[in-house]
Design a protein around this ligand. Structure first.
Ligand code: FES
Length: 121
């Protein structure tokens, strides 16, 4: 079986949990399912990503290239935007990038996930 083209690591360790990471994870699971992407995005609840105090923290990895995009202080209501703009359109959400990892708010080339996917509510 081929690996999923995208992996998302959602920290569920103590500090991120205190800041609401379990709700972010649940929202991510349901949004990926709603968009038909569950089989193509490997979502992992992880331990500490060593960025405590900046969570909820998400790390999105493009499997083929190893490119990494970090998002900090993610709110559940931002998840649909991340899924649509980053995963489907291939444009990471600049305003949400974690400045410690993306100091110029820039990001590497990112390949959008090809259809099929669903974006209607
Ligand atoms: S607890 Fe989430 S980065 Fe450390």
């Amino acid at each position: 079986m081929l690996p999923a083209p995208v992996q998302i690591f959602a920290c569920q360790n103590r500090t991120c949990r205190r800041d609401g990471s379990s709700t972010v994870l649940a929202e991510l699971q349901s949004e990926l399912a709603r968009c038909g992407l569950s089989a193509r995005v490997e979502l992992q609840a992880t331990g500490c990503l060593s960025q405590c105090g900046n969570g909820p923290m998400l790390l999105v990895v493009q499997t083929a290239t190893g490119q990494q995009i970090w998002y900090d202080r993610v709110r559940p209501e931002e998840i649909p935007l991340v899924v649509r703009r980053h995963l489907i359109e291939g444009k990471p959400v600049t305003d949400m990038l974690y400045r410690a990892k993306h100091p110029k708010r820039s990001f590497p080339e990112w390949s959008p996930l090809p259809p099929p996917w669903h974006t209607s509510p």
